[in-house]
Design a protein around this ligand. Structure first.
Ligand code: K1U
Ligand code: ZN
Length: 174
């Protein structure tokens, strides 16, 4: 398992649409292992392959707390088959937009079909934070970021703050 570098906005790769996985083989399993290591190290509760520069429809999620047993979810080629009409608002973050958070409204529950780590077909009924996280990660597979759900004003402010933060880090490092 290798910890990978996470791409940060405005990296154009983050805006690309990821390709479906044709076969769940050792290459895909290695990718999922690397993604999990990268997500735990960040730390985060989810990660899409595109965030480490791999344009494949692969997601990892783990909502367990630091003092709990790890419960990773490996989600390949997800398809949302149901979205509730009722929405919930959650203060979302994104490892590709470091240190920025904003309230985003999404369907409060959803049903998702996917392939698991062993390439078996599976279905999940998600609600609460899991539903929010799955939808955030599926957005990544389609080149969509949580800031795209905000007003232009809020989105531009977050992008400006991220740019400023990057410049400050570079100034300290150089
Ligand atoms: O996709 C990502 O960039 C990961 C992102 C997932 C996410 C968070 C919140 C709502 C929806 C999706 C993160 O993990 S940001 C970091 C974070 O939320 C967190 C980090 C440590 C402990 C608990 C949460
Ligand atoms: Zn994200």
């Amino acid at each position: 398992m290798t910890k990978k570098k996470i791409l940060v906005v405005p990296d154009p790769t983050l805006r690309k649409v990821s390709e479906p996985v044709k076969e769940v083989n050792s290459e895909i399993k290695n990718l999922m292992d690397d993604m999990l290591e990268t997500m735990y190290a960040a730390p985060g509760i989810g990660l899409a392959a595109v965030q480490i520069g791999v344009l494949k429809r692969v997601i990892v999620i783990d909502l367990s707390k630091a003092d709990e047993k790890k419960t990773p979810l490996f989600i390949i080629n997800p398809e949302i088959t149901f979205r509730s009409k009722d929405l919930i608002s959650y203060e979302e973050g994104c490892l590709s937009i470091p240190n920025q958070f904003a309230e985003v409204k999404r369907p409060s529950s959803c049903k998702v079909n996917y392939l698991d780590y062993e390439g078996r077909n599976n279905e999940i009924n998600a609600d609460g934070l899991l539903a929010t996280c799955i939808q955030h990660e599926i957005d990544h597979l389609n080149g969509v970021l949580f800031i795209d759900h905000l007003s232009k004003l809020k989105k531009d402010l977050i992008l400006k703050k991220t740019e400023k933060q990057k410049k400050e880090i570079n100034r300290v490092v150089v």
